[in-house]
Design a protein around this ligand. Structure first.
Ligand code: FAD
Length: 556
């Protein structure tokens, strides 16, 4: 029986907490609650991180821009979480330099930005990944040779972090499973089970087999990001939207088309919005846009205007490297699940517990706990706050299990970080991976496994060593190997080809042809492991092609 089927079968037992949504918040809550000792189930209608949590700018950052709005406590919170994530997920949260070019025409002068840098580092109690530097024009030219330095007065170089958002989500999910939680993907909530006006459970549909079930729980959390309003509407009539979602788009190009050594902070030439050109191994991505969005979150995609807007921003800073439409390998579009300001409750509809301007925990009259807003960076703290709320609610109803531990997510490493070297030496782990593969893989693959899976890359290398067929490259010239498919299916609840191509690996974004060349090998191997017939294999390939087409729809 596959692990996914096992999860579906386990679903249905009464639990303390049921979570709807397997994004970073849902999975973070599942990890926190299960490690405290609550019985937990999570249902996700698609794959882990299918929504916003695989479509962010992939930064773990304090948000320098909040300083301009005097939001010091928000920045403090985010830089503190950045420090914690560097400790608990060092394999996928990595320091990244940010170069902030300042020109004679810039809105803020160099001294002003420099003062902001000191404040930013001060708020992190001087525990930034690295100390910032102030670069003079000549040094900027050396640091970032492709950047336009006409009329530049200098550029602070400061440090935040990059991450793999989908895998950060997945690591939380896997840790929750390790603590006994039941996490069922491709399982959609289609209605609530109610008793005396309060939510007591949910009705779910298995999106692959069509089976249905009821799951009862003592507390239910709605962590459905951009789908928040739709989820609440299943319980009661929503008098007004809780969300005000906006769309953010990124484009990916080959690194040589836009060579950057650091994330370069760009101010858009027309609307003066801040965006970034971010180095990503052999690619660079540029983002993000910020436009209103109405419609089905599943259909969000980049338009020609979005792509042109991003190309224009890059073109203003990298004048010798003007991007063409044909340079764009992939795009992704996500919805910021920002909460519209909640009223004082005069409509009598919602009891609000406003935790901060950035995220909110709302308890409905029906007992449904909704979490929305916030950032990827602060998910751990938000998750702990949600679980505190759940525990309070259970306590109120005399339903708290006796042996409940405090939240320890701040200290405990995520699965891939167990055994990671204290000096954060990625190369050391890559060499361990290489060793474990016993000559079946090369160093670039070992590095890819270490940097994607952390110390668990050693186990994947072990699969290659025990069956050299699994060491086959998925795409010639790229590091990914077939053993990753086995790992994804047996250890990471991958159900479908897209789960593997988009969220277990990033072939969808990083390969020049978005991984289309690997689709048959991946579908074939998944078919062997999951017992698919030829019809299902063909369907999976078609579905993945549709995902690629969505990313290319802007081309018309
Ligand atoms: P989601 O990840 O959207 O998860 C919700 C899940 O609920 C989805 O997977 C969905 O399938 C599931 N679901 C919905 N309805 C149902 C149902 N009926 N049954 C079962 N499941 C259901 N933050 C940062 O810190 N750093 C950044 O660099 C950054 N960049 C960003 C860039 C963009 C363009 C955007 C849009 C956001 C960015 N953010 C960033 C914010 C961050 O990505 C989000 O705050 C975070 O991912 C939200 O996670 P979530 O779990 O709330 O929602």
């Amino acid at each position: 029986m596959s692990k996914s089927t096992e999860m579906w079968d386990r679903l249905g037992a009464d639990v303390d907490l049921l979570i709807i949504g397997g994004g970073i918040n849902g999975c973070g809550i599942a990890r926190d609650a299960s490690s405290r000792g609550l019985t937990v189930a999570l249902v996700e209608m698609n794959d882990f991180a299918y929504g916003t949590s695989s479509r962010s700018s992939k930064l773990v950052h304090g948000g320098l821009r909040y300083l301009e709005q005097y939001e010091f406590s928000l920045v403090f919170e985010a830089v503190s979480e950045r420090r914690i994530l560097l400790d608990i997920a060092p394999h996928i949260v990595n320091p990244l330099g940010f170069l902030f070019p300042v020109y004679t025409t810039s809105k803020h002068k160099l001294w002003f930005i420099e003062a902001g840098m000191w404040l930013y580092e001060g708020l992190s109690l001087f525990r930034s990944p690295r100390r910032h530097k102030k670069l003079k024009p000549k040094q900027v030219a050396e640091e970032e040779p492709t950047l336009n330095i006409d009329n530049i007065t200098g550029a602070p170089l400061y440090y935040d972090c990059s991450t793999n958002d989908a895998r950060l989500t997945l690591e939380n999910a896997m840790d929750a499973v390790g603590h006994g939680a039941t996490l069922s993907t491709w399982t959609k909530v289609v209605g609530f089970v109610k008793d005396a006006g309060r939510v007591r459970g949910v009705k779910v549909v298995n999106q692959i087999t069509g089976e249905t079930k009821e799951v009862r729980a003592r507390a239910i959390v709605n962590a459905t990001g951009p789908w928040t309003d739709r989820t609440i509407s299943m319980s009661k009539e929503l008098k007004r939207s809780l969300l005000r979602p906006t769309k953010g788009v990124h484009i990916v190009v080959a690194r040589h088309k836009l060579p950057v050594n650091n994330a370069v902070v760009c101010v858009h030439p027309t609307d003066k919005r801040v965006l970034f050109a971010i180095p990503w191994d052999d690619c660079t991505y540029v983002g993000t846009t910020d436009t209103d969005f109405e419609g089905d979150p599943a259909e969000v995609h980049a338009t020609r205007e979005d792509v042109d807007y991003l190309i224009d921003a890059a073109g203003a800073y990298f004048v010798e490297h003007q991007l063409e439409h044909d340079d764009v390998i992939a795009t992704w579009a996500g919805l910021r699940p920002l909460m519209a300001p909640v009223s004082d409750g005069t409509d009598g509809d919602i009891d609000e517990s406003k935790v901060s301007r950035e995220h909110q925990i709302v308890i409905g009259e029906d007992g449904l706990i909704t979490i929305a807003g916030g950032k990827l960076t602060t998910y751990r703290l938000m998750s702990a706050e949600v679980v505190d709320t759940v525990v309070k609610m259970l306590r109120l109803h005399g339903q708290v299990p006796t042996k409940l531990r405090p939240s320890e997510t701040e200290h405990n490493p995520l699965p891939g970080a167990v055994g990671w070297p204290a000096d954060d030496d990625h190369e050391h782990v890559a060499l361990q991976v290489l060793d474990a593969a016993k000559g079946t893989i090369e160093l670039p693959t070992a590095r890819c496994l270490a940097n994607t899976y952390g110390t668990r890359g050693i186990d994947i290398a072990g699969l290659c060593a025990s069956d050299s067929k699994l060491a086959c490259k998925l795409i010639e010239g790229r590091p990914e190997v077939l053993a990753q498919v086995d790992w994804a299916v047996t250890m990471e609840l991958a159900h479908r080809v897209s789960d593997f191509m988009i969220r277990r690996t990033q072939l969808y974004y990083r390969d020049a042809d978005q991984g289309l060349g690997a689709t048959e090998a991946v579908a074939g191997r998944m078919g062997e492991l999951l017992g698919w017939d030829t019809g299902r294999i063909a369907e999976e390939i078609e579905n993945y092609r549709a995902d690629v087409a969505l990313s290319r729809r802007w081309r018309g």
